[in-house]
Design a binder for this molecule. Structure first.
Ligand SMILES: N[C@@H](CCC[C@H](N)C(=O)O)C(=O)O
Length: 276
């Protein structure tokens, strides 16, 4: 099995291309290969597959073996992989994901290699039941959730996958390991949830730290950055275009007023190739 180790701002993936479909043991493979001590080490296992509705199809399995509907950092890595490896020569392509259908992707190429990728991440889903949460409301904004006697307030956003955005005084030093897993698995979230802890720095800039469903603390989360800006606009805290600073670097996010789509721009990188 040949693979390429890639990352988007330190959110890292084992990328596999050339298969026609997801192997039956994909969940077990993800658990073993993503292990940082006994495997290759990664936040997720990503397959690039043929698509009937787009140029390529992406499937992503979290490091705990669960499949995610969408992944913003992985979609940028897939775009870089297919261009840099000559699977396409187009600088505008479409990539199908489980949760968001065919997504339009624009590549910025320098010296024959993709440097940055702009992805049309589609329209955010705000209905409480559709995110999903157990809250039956058109929008779930600053809704209380209590864990171990501490009350947080979250705004629920789905970017194809579910997110709970929580504003805190100091996201950079927030105790992710204590609160992340308890919120991820809270009964308010029937399919579990990705949790973003956010501090607003200005109308165009936020800090964010993430506890990912199925992967724990990661250095960056593309869909989480999109959810952060959508939530911050809904809460009147930022403008519709903002930079989200993550542990691994910055993403530029725009929630376009005209088409209601969220656009994410950021880098993707190859680390090494291998076979096992
Ligand atoms: N890191 C990702 C999101 C990966 C999937 C997530 N853990 C989930 O289960 O929804 C991103 O960059 O968006």
């Amino acid at each position: 099995m040949k693979f390429t180790k890639m990352h988007g701002l330190g959110n890292d993936f084992i990328v596999v291309a050339g298969e026609q479909q997801l192997p039956e043991n994909a969940a077990q493979l993800a658990i073993e290969l993503c292990n940082r001590f006994f495997g290759i080490g990664a936040d997720g296992l990503v397959y690039i597959l043929p698509s009937e509705i787009a140029d390529f199809r992406m499937r992503i399995i979290n490091s705990d073996g669960s499949e995610a509907e969408q992944c913003g950092n992985a979609i940028r890595c897939v775009a870089k992989y297919v261009y840099d490896n000559g699977l396409t020569n187009q600088e505008e392509i479409t990539i199908e994901t489980l949760g968001a259908g065919a997504q339009r992707v624009q590549l910025t190429v320098e010296s024959g290699k993709v440097q940055t990728v702009r992805v049309d991440m589609g329209e955010p889903i705000l209905s409480g039941l559709q995110v999903p949460t157990t809250v039956d409301a058109e929008q779930v904004i600053e809704h209380p959730v209590t864990v171990d006697g501490r009350e947080f307030r979250f705004t629920a956003v789905s970017m194809g996958n579910p997110h709970a955005v929580i504003y805190v005084d100091d996201a950079v030093n927030f105790d992710l390991a204590t609160w992340g897993p308890k919120l991820e698995t809270h009964p308010l979230f029937p399919r579990k949830i990705n949790v973003e802890f956010v501090t607003v720095k200005s109308r165009s800039h936020t800090d964010m730290r993430v506890w990912e469903r199925g992967a724990g603390p990661t250095l960056a989360c593309g869909t989480g950055a999109c959810a952060t800006v959508v939530s911050s606009v809904l809460n009147g805290l930022t403008d519709r275009t903002a930079t989200v600073s993550l542990k691994g670097g910055d993403l530029l996010i725009e929630w376009n007023e005209e088409d209601n789509h969220v656009y994410m721009t950021g880098p993707a990188a190859e680390v090494f190739r291998g076979s096992l």
